[in-house]
Design a protein. Structure first.
Lengths: 186, 255
């Protein structure tokens, strides 16, 4: 029978170090986008890793990154829920209708390519940060943390179909914001 | 396929999440629908711009230290287990696709993830077994012909010595149950294995850098080839390697 290892078991710590620590930048990146504040992000990431270490014995895979992200998400919701942008404070309290609204009404557009190519990282970060909560999260997990749809579904605890529609919405909203930005005089 | 379906599925297409059959269906729709084709083109541009911009943050060193301080000190031992990230299977069936109202979407297995893990293992093998190169040469005109007849694809071999990445040779490796070409470069004491494999997908995919088992992997797709550059180099240096490789390859093929 496996014995539950204590937190100071060196073998366990080694495994944790090898499997969880390499994802620190990814976890921190997600925290930055979720919380939009560097100090909050640091605190949340530290708490995330402490919790991950504590629950490491229960970790059975499949992949480390979505597991860490799910923990981070819980930390963010528990500690920083009040400050999160979503009006209800809870990430999945999205009315279903909001996810079923038509994605695009505009007519087909033409030479966006130039515009889309010329945005710098700071502008993109700002536009991404302005996305509403569940869309921002899904978008960051896909485009920046590079998770597959299944992994995103696992990390956010939603069906893959929801992930797909959120991602489509997120990209549509970001694209509109991106184009609008371009039209403003600078 | 209707435009409503395509508008959702084109995202799965560009994210490489569709199996071959569904990808074909979406591509057929897009081929006959300028509106959806324009959507796809715009999203690809956006995705590419995001992939090129530095969107990731780096964890502050103080944070890393605080987290490491919470762990018991490491013991010096050879790494043994790398099974954690490999061969995983999803326990539960994927839930019904509710929100989109779409019916049968078959998402591809997490194949890329598995292949990446194999790529890292191949990289480790190449370092451990004293079997880094089958052909040793800093001359691309020696390394490239060496691959002829050994693979179903001729990996591009590009001399990047002037850019600070020394070509040291080539090797046949075995990844995802087939032979694959590896072109080996060196920067200072760091080895870079560039794995090249043919793919039926001719869609260009912008580079992404990931970290697996402590190694950085930069993968991209261009001209029907999948590329994985693996190294213990820092991510920014590996990105530089990839950028230089890609731009030289573009010049070579267009010029």
């Amino acid at each position: 029978m496996p014995v539950t290892a204590a937190n100071d078991d060196p073998e366990r710590a080694r495994r944790f170090r090898e499997t969880a620590l390499p994802h620190l930048d990814d976890v921190y990146t997600l925290a930055r986008y979720l919380l939009r504040d560097p100090t909050d992000a640091e605190d949340a990431v530290q708490e995330c890793y402490l919790r991950a270490l504590k629950h490491f014995d229960g970790y059975r895979g499949p992949a480390m990154k979505p597991w860490l992200f799910a923990i981070l998400r819980n930390v963010c919701r528990a500690e920083y829920g009040r400050r999160a942008s979503s009006p209800t404070g809870a990430i999945e309290d999205m009315p279903e209708s909001a996810e079923q609204t038509p994605l695009w009404n505009e007519a087909q557009e033409t030479p966006e390519a130039q515009v889309l190519r010329t945005r710098d990282a700071a502008t993109i970060r700002r536009l991404v940060a302005a996305l509403a909560e569940p869309f921002r999260e899904t978008f960051v997990l896909r485009e920046i943390n590079n998770l597959s749809y299944r992994e995103i579904a696992e990390a956010v605890g939603a069906p893959v179909g929801t992930v797909m529609s959120r991602l489509a919405r997120a990209r549509a909203m970001l694209r509109s914001a991106w184009m609008a930005e371009e039209e403003q005089p600078r | 396929m209707t435009c409503e379906e395509a508008e959702i599925l084109l995202h799965a297409l560009m994210d490489g999440e569709l199996d071959a059959g569904h990808a074909r269906e979406v591509e057929e729709h897009i081929a006959g629908c300028p509106a959806c084709a324009a959507q796809l083109a715009a999203y690809r541009e956006m995705s590419q711009a995001i992939a090129t911009a530095k969107m990731k943050y780096t964890a502050p060193l103080a944070l890393r230290r605080r987290i490491e301080a919470a762990l018991p000190p490491p013991q010096t031992r050879a790494p043994s287990r790398r099974a954690v990230l490999r061969g995983f299977a999803f326990g539960s069936a994927v839930s019904a696709i509710a929100a989109t109202g779409l019916v049968a979407i078959v998402l591809r297995e997490d194949e890329l993830q598995r292949v990446q893990s194999e790529i890292v293992s191949a990289h480790l093998r190449s370092l451990q077994a004293g079997h880094l190169t089958d052909v040793i040469s800093t001359d691309q005109h020696t390394v490239k012909p060496w691959f002829n007849g050994k693979l179903d694809v001729s990996p591009p071999v590009i001399d990047l010595t002037a850019q600070g990445f020394t070509l040291i040779g080539g090797r046949l490796d075995y990844v995802d149950a087939r032979a694959i070409g590896a072109v080996v470069y060196k920067r200072r004491a760091h080895i870079i294995n560039l794995f090249v494999a043919q793919t039926s997908n001719t869609e260009r995919r912008a580079a992404k850098i990931e970290t697996l088992q402590g190694f950085n992997i930069r993968c991209w797709r261009d001209r029907g080839l999948n590329f994985w550059a693996v190294s213990d180099l820092a991510a920014d240096e590996l990105a530089e390697f990839g950028d230089r490789f890609e731009s030289t390859m573009r010049v070579n093929t267009e010029g």
